[in-house]
Design a binder for this molecule. Structure first.
Ligand code: HEC
Length: 510
């Protein structure tokens, strides 16, 4: 027990050699843990690093451990088969005691983990902690970031519900864009050309074995580096990092103004981790688990599939990109951005650390977050998806029905009852997938209106089979009134008919 001499508080242990301490000593004599680990944990770190800015990494680690534990519990009940997974989630939600809570903890734990990890990365970036000699810690961290997102994506597939199904569909269509090898990649990813039973097995293996194993390994390396290279000191403007002098300066700083990592350095981490745990359990208990929503069924297209929160911005990018930019941006931009980020310490590895004198760093962080925030907001609103609640709730604006003929009123009723407003707005209310119909008569002639309603086209379903000729007549009569009072409706000559060949002799307008 040579440790007792080194231990700063040997008196305490000598005073109470309880049974537990003796058992501990018995194991320690044989395992030799304390002379290896204790000096490691008690190494000195800069006093300035014991700050609440430095707690996000450990909190991310805590979330990861919560994920491990809750994930294993879920694995006991969850059935990774396309035919049974959905039922097993329902079972967890409603029958298994506390099953819903495990699902909820796992879901919120994943959200917390991504959020805390993001804050951690931003902090490390702004504090210049990636600079010499901590380059590898940063590179490994970048891969941890990717792997965590991979966990979030594959985890959402585990729900194997409508969202997962369409999310996979989008993932596969991205993979299919690779030149030459696209088909093979899709086959590999889905376990065949379509989303089916092998797909879920594959993602289950990724989510439960492969990615977590890599995560564990890289987390170990990451922590090892943090312990060995030492925690970044609080950055001071004017204190430049140079390859020649930094190590010497760091050791001097730690010798003069350092404190042991355990217990002093980790106090704030423990406090923050406690708070995170309280927040996580409260979220899980109050907000509950996510889904599963409808069972996966490719024939149900009146669903509004949305990815989980962290992928909403990506979802918005995909929905909004013009078609000709899709392949280059989706395939080329992400790897380049990742490389730029991962290699950061190799082109900016020395010099100023402090965010106070690195305005570029601030501007970058703010720009990235404004972009991601806007895209996420668009992803939540997803104006390109039909708004399924629009038809029932919102009445047709009075101005559009006042003084209309019975036939036109009949048409207004059809707009309401056939749910045109899931995609079209009237008076600013309704879906945004199609153009607003307020002044549609100024754009289209009667014939073009008839054609659009009967044949659909341009992402609008065809209503030909679902409307009787009398209904079409009423509908078009109503739509023909949709123009501002002072402006005449469109006539044939005013527009080159694009798709419909207008029947000669029938002119638009009323
Ligand atoms: C699933 C969504 C959706 C539904 C439901 C829908 N539409 Fe459309 N509609 C669209 C889209 C998208 C367009 C734009 C088509 C294009 O780009 O060519 C459109 C275009 C139109 C146009 C031409 C507008 C213009 O200014 O060019 C008319 C008229 C129209 N729809 C009427 C209707 C009517 C009437 C109904 C109900 C019977 C209806 N739509 C239901 C999606 C929808």
């Amino acid at each position: 027990m040579d440790r007792k001499e080194e231990n700063p508080e040997p008196v305490e242990q000598a005073a109470a050699p309880g049974r537990l301490a003796r058992i501990g000593a018995w194991f320690d004599l044989r395992l030799r843990i304390s002379d290896q680990i204790w000096p490691e944990l008690a190494h000195h770190v800069p006093r300035s690093s014991a700050s609440f800015w430095y707690v996000f990494g450990s909190a991310t680690l805590l979330c990861f451990m919560v994920q491990l534990v809750t994930g294993m519990c879920l694995g006991l009940v969850y059935s990774p088969s396309a035919a049974e997974s959905w039922a097993s989630l329902e079972y967890l939600n409603y029958q298994q005691p506390l099953g819903w809570f495990m699902r909820s903890l796992h879901y919120w734990g994943s959200n917390f983990m991504v959020a805390l990890m993001t804050i951690h990365v931003v902090q490390v970036f702004l504090f210049g902690a990636y600079k010499y000699p901590r380059e590898l810690t940063w590179v490994v961290g970048c891969f941890l970031f990717l792997l965590t997102l991979a966990m979030a994506f594959t985890g959402q597939v585990m729900r194997f519900d409508q969202d997962a199904y369409w999310g996979l569909g989008i993932g596969a269509s991205i993979a299919g864009r690779f030149p030459f090898v696209g088909g093979i990649v899709v086959d590999l990813m889905l376990g065949g050309p379509i989303i089916g039973a092998p797909t879920l097995s594959r993602f289950f293996t990724l989510h439960v074995f492969l990615v977590p194993a890599l995560l564990l390994l890289l987390i170990a390396v990451h922590l090892w580096l943090v312990l060995k290279v030492g925690i970044n000191e609080w950055p001071m403007p004017g204190r430049l990092v140079t390859r020649e002098r930094y190590l010497e300066e760091y050791h001097q700083l730690v010798a003069e103004d350092g404190e042991p990592f355990v217990p002093n350095g980790v106090q704030k981490d423990l406090v923050f981790s406690g708070l995170v745990m309280v927040a996580l359990v409260s979220c899980a208990a109050v907000l509950g688990p996510a889904g599963p929503n409808g069972p996966p069924d490719p024939t149900l297209i009146d669903t509004v599939p949305r990815p989980d929160f962290w992928f909403l911005s990506l979802f918005a990018v995909f929905a909004l990109l013009p078609a000709y930019l899709e392949t280059p941006l989706i395939l080329i931009a992400p790897p380049i951005l990742f490389l730029l980020a991962a290699l950061l310490p190799f082109y900016s590895g020395t010099g100023e650390k402090s965010w106070k004198v690195r305005p570029g760093a601030w501007i970058l962080v703010v720009t990235v977050f404004v972009c991601l925030g806007t895209l996420t907001w668009l992803g939540i609103r997803s104006p390109w998806s039909p708004d399924m609640a629009a038809w029932s709730g919102t009445p047709t604006p009075v101005a559009m029905v006042r003084g209309r003929t019975p036939l036109e009123l009949q048409g207004a009723l059809i707009v309401q009852s056939k749910q045109c407003r899931t995609c079209h707005s009237l008076g600013g209310e309704g879906g945004e997938r199609g153009p607003a119909l307020d002044d549609v008569a100024t754009r289209l002639t009667q014939d073009q209106l008839i054609h659009q309603v009967l044949q659909g086209g341009g992402n609008m379903p065809a209503y030909g089979k679902n409307l009787s000729p009398a209904q079409v007549k009423a509908l078009v009569a109503f739509l023909g009134t949709m123009h501002p009072p002072g402006q005449l409706p469109a006539r044939d000559a005013s527009r080159v008919a694009s798709s419909a060949a207008p029947v000669a002799g029938v002119s638009g307008g009323r």
